[in-house]
Design a protein around this ligand. Structure first.
Ligand code: GAR
Length: 210
C-alpha cells in the first residue's frame, strides 16, 4: 500500500475522487495527509470528513518561495510519502521541491498539454476555436506544466460551450483520469524512467524530451 500526500488550494473535488477511489478499493494506497496553502478551503473539510490529517502552510508566512517550499518538504516528509498528488495546488514549485519528489509527483492540468500551460485554459481553448479541449495528468518536472504525460481525456467543444460549461465537463473527466493514474502508480504500473520517459506496464507511453 502506497502512502500519498495530496496538495490542494481549493475545493478539492479531485482529492474527493481519489478518496472515493481508495474507499472503493480501486487504488491500493492511503492518503497520509492533505496539505493546503490556504486555510478554510473546502478541500480541508473533505480531508477532515475522511479522517485524513490536514496540514496548512500559508505561503504568505514565508519571505521566499524557497523557504515556503522547504517548510512544505519538512512537513510532507514526516509522512514518508511514495507519491505526491497535486490536486488544484495553485503555487508554482521551486526547482528544489520538484527535484526532491522527482518521479513521484503527479499533477492534473485542465488542458490537453502541451497546449495551454498556465491559467485560463478553458477561455483560451474557446478563443482559439479549438475543436477539442480536455485535461491531462502528468509527472511534475521543473518546467511548469511541462512534465511528461501519464493520461489525457479529450472532449469535443460544443458550439454552445462557454468557459463555465467546459470547466464543468472537464472537471468530470478529471475525476475519472486522476484516480486512474494514481491507481496505476500505486500498482507500480506507471513510472517516470531516469531518462525522462513515462512507462505504463513497461511500455513507453511518453518518450523522453516531450
Ligand atoms: C482542477 O480543474 C485542476 O485541473 C486545476 O484546478 C482545479 C482544481 O479543482 N488545476 C490547475 O489549474 C493547476 N494549474 P479541485 O480543487 O476541485 O480539485
Amino acid at each position: 500500500e502506497k502512502s500519498i500526500v495530496v496538495l490542494i488550494s481549493g475545493s478539492g473535488s479531485n482529492l474527493q475522487a481519489i478518496i472515493d477511489a481508495i474507499a472503493s478499493g480501486q487504488i491500493n494506497g492511503r492518503i497520509a495527509a492533505v496539505l493546503s496553502n490556504k486555510t478554510g478551503v473546502f478541500g480541508l473539510e473533505r480531508a477532515r470528513a475522511a479522517g485524513i490529517p490536514q496540514i496548512v502552510i500559508n505561503h504568505n508566512d514565508y519571505d521566499s518561495r524557497e523557504h515556503f517550499d522547504t517548510a512544505m518538504i519538512e512537513a510532507i516528509d514526516t509522512y514518508t510519502p511514495d507519491l505526491i498528488v497535486l490536486a488544484g495546488f495553485m503555487r508554482i514549485l521551486s526547482a528544489e521541491f520538484v527535484r526532491h519528489y522527482q518521479g513521484r509527483m503527479l499533477n492534473i492540468h485542465p488542458s490537453l498539454l502541451p497546449k495551454y500551460k498556465g491559467l485560463h485554459t478553458h477561455q483560451r481553448a474557446l478563443d482559439a476555436g479549438d475543436a477539442q479541449h480536455g485535461c491531462t495528468v502528468h509527472f511534475v518536472t521543473e518546467e511548469l506544466d511541462g512534465g511528461p504525460l501519464a493520461i489525457q481525456a479529450p472532449l469535443d467543444i460544443l458550439p454552445t460551450d462557454n468557459a463555465d460549461s467546459l470547466q464543468q465537463r472537464i472537471h468530470h473527466a478529471e475525476h475519472n483520469i486522476y484516480p486512474l493514474a494514481v491507481e496505476w502508480f500505486c500498482a507500480d504500473r506507471l513510472a517516470l524512467s531516469v531518462s525522462g520517459s513515462v512507462q505504463l506496464d513497461g511500455s513507453i507511453l511518453q518518450p523522453e524530451g516531450y
